[in-house]
Design a protein around this ligand. Structure first.
Ligand SMILES: Cc1cc2nc3c(=O)[nH]c(=O)nc-3n(C[C@H](O)[C@H](O)[C@H](O)COP(=O)(O)OP(=O)(O)OC[C@H]3O[C@@H](n4cnc5c(N)ncnc54)[C@H](O)[C@@H]3O)c2cc1C
Length: 502
């Protein structure tokens, strides 16, 4: 007879709440490390922010339609000797993005530095030297700071203090827009080199300068789309997680975390499932975790109160539309800034105004992958950053249809004159939809803003400060929102858990 395992030999276990990119990446890492892992997801379908809608034969991704750093995903397969390509196919996106201003001026961003310099020369050749200075900074920020930053857990002040000399050297008190403005003079070029922080909830005017590392990162890794849509990558992550023995529990939201003293003893779901594990990790919205799931523990109310005083990232108004026709000349990703940039950013992030002008992120994934629409048709998605509901408490039920019309008029005016006649299907998501359907506090799309005062040690830690068996990953915790950061966060949290329990 085999002797019973001693406690040290028993397999350790983990429960992860939430099956977005953060929860799935963490799940694969923990399961790969031999920790029996269950992921509990409230919705019937995994993906969270990276979800999917299918309407009238058109497939719409709700979140990112492209990826940088595909290798960070591939790493999740390599952990167990698998090849990501067996589960999902990626295709390159070119150009990475096209900016188009109201006066018709265009600027293409691509991985080809020579092509970018030609674009700059068209705008203002006197800025070529400044661009060189910007790319040098971006490379240094990526190699000298970003890689170390996204590999550090920052659970105590000394870990942050150690980085202070590098933070000073990288002039972290400056913003990305401030840095760019000191290197190039052309206002369009300043916007082209700094708007990217908006993709993960950062104000280019206040997000620390080192985030310019993203420019070099995208240049080096290229930009990729998932064949069939980003949701296929979510399906592939689930395949990998289950292949290595992980358990998915879908369509059963966690309603509370039971505690004895300062330890979580059970995860309780709506269906009455009581899950017990050595470790609990949450990837759900921070406010939901602390104010709802931990409502019975004093830590819940205290942390929720502290979080309510932080700067939360903006929400968005997103218009999805499927159209008759194809537009090979409209790039996969476009950014259509309005006539104002700094003023608009201040209206969104500080004043909480729904301005008369807008900046539109226009995704056109069918130009890369026509399979997302019926033959001869195209998928479009227009995402417009707007203030979150705490700053702009308007009636979106009333405003939404009017705002959707304004967006269509703007795109019609700049790109597709007969847009209204070509639409086959359309619908929109407003801030209250992001709050109710995606569980995001005040509809804030990317959790806490990546401001300096909310970064590193000053961002919620990857292990709770009071409840030692509660870990955090996902957009709200260090290093932050956006796919590269969420994947890095899952790595940091997995390493902490392994160190603590194995
Ligand atoms: C429109 C849009 C465009 C974007 N574009 C980009 C981009 O171009 N580049 C980029 O890098 N990033 C982009 N992002 C950001 C990126 O998608 C997010 O940072 C990332 O997906 C967040 O993943 P997450 O796992 O932290 O959270 P989420 O995806 O929000 O996952 C949390 C999960 O928890 C579940 N959950 C909530 N409450 C409970 C509960 N009580 N019980 C169980 N489960 C629960 C939710 O249903 C959800 O599945 C975009 C996001 C959006 C919305």
């Amino acid at each position: 007879m085999t002797p019973a395992p001693t406690p040290a030999q028993e397999k350790k276990s983990a429960i992860i709440i939430g099956a977005g990119i953060g929860g799935l990446a963490l799940g694969i890492r923990l399961q790969s490390a031999g920790i029996a892992t269950t992921i509990v997801e409230g919705k019937e379908r995994a993906g969270g922010g990276a979800g999917i809608f299918v309407r009238d034969g058109f497939t719409f991704d709700t979140g990112p339609s492209t990826l940088t750093s595909p290798d960070s995903f591939a790493e999740l397969w390599r952990l167990t000797g698998q090849d990501m390509a067996q589960d999902v196919a990626l295709c390159p996106v070119a150009p990475h993005l096209r900016l188009m201003w109201p006066d018709g001026t265009q600027f293409d961003i691509s991985a080809d530095d020579t092509a970018i310099k030609q674009e700059i020369a068209r705008l203002d050749s006197s800025d070529l030297a400044g661009y060189e200075r910007f790319t040098n900074y971006s490379t240094e920020a990526l190699r000298g700071l970003n890689r170390q930053w996204t590999a550090t857990s920052f659970t105590d002040f000394p870990s942050m203090a150690k980085m202070l000399p590098t933070l000073m050297q990288m002039q972290s008190w400056r913003s990305v827009y401030g840095l760019v403005s000191s290197t190039v003079r052309n206002e369009y070029l300043r916007q082209a080199l700094s708007f990217q922080t908006l993709l993960y909830g950062g104000n280019p005017l206040t997000t620390p300068a080192w985030h310019a590392a993203g420019w070099r990162l995208e240049q080096e890794s290229g930009l990729w789309a998932v064949r069939g849509g980003t949701h296929r990558l979510i399906a592939a992550m689930i395949t990998q997680f289950e292949r290595i023995g992980g358990t998915m529990r879908l369509g059963d939201p966690v309603v509370r975390l039971d505690t004895i003293g300062d330890r979580i003893t059970a995860v309780v779901t709506q269906d009455g499932w009581h899950g017990e594990a050595d470790t609990i990790a949450s990837t759900v919205d921070l406010m939901r975790l602390y104010s709802e799931l931990l409502a019975s523990h004093p830590r819940g109310a205290k942390q929720a109160e502290a979080l309510s005083r932080k700067h939360w990232s903006p929400s968005a108004f997103t218009l999805f539309f499927g159209m008759r026709g194809t537009w090979p000349g409209i790039a996969h990703r476009m950014f259509l800034p309005g006539p104002r940039f700094t003023g608009l950013m201040t209206d969104i992030f500080q004043h909480g105004l729904l301005s008369a002008d807008m900046a539109i992120f226009l995704d056109h994934p069918t130009v890369t992958d026509p399979s997302l629409a019926p033959e001869g048709c195209s998928v479009f998605r227009a995402t417009v950053p707007v203030p979150h509901m705490g700053k702009l408490p308007i009636d979106w039920q009333e405003q939404g249809p009017l705002y959707a019309e304004r967006i269509l008029q703007e795109i019609g005016h700049r790109l597709i004159p007969d847009i209204e006649e070509r639409i086959i299907t359309r619908f929109h998501l407003a801030p209250p939809d992001y709050a109710a359907d995606f569980g995001l506090w005040r509809g804030s799309l990317n959790s806490l803003e990546p401001a300096l005062s909310q970064s590193g040690w000053m961002r919620p830690h990857n292990r709770d400060d009071v409840i030692p068996n509660l870990y955090l990953a996902g957009a709200g915790t260090h290093p932050g929102a956006g796919i590269p950061a969420v994947l890095a966060g899952a790595r940091i949290t997995a390493q902490m858990i392994q160190k603590d329990i194995l």
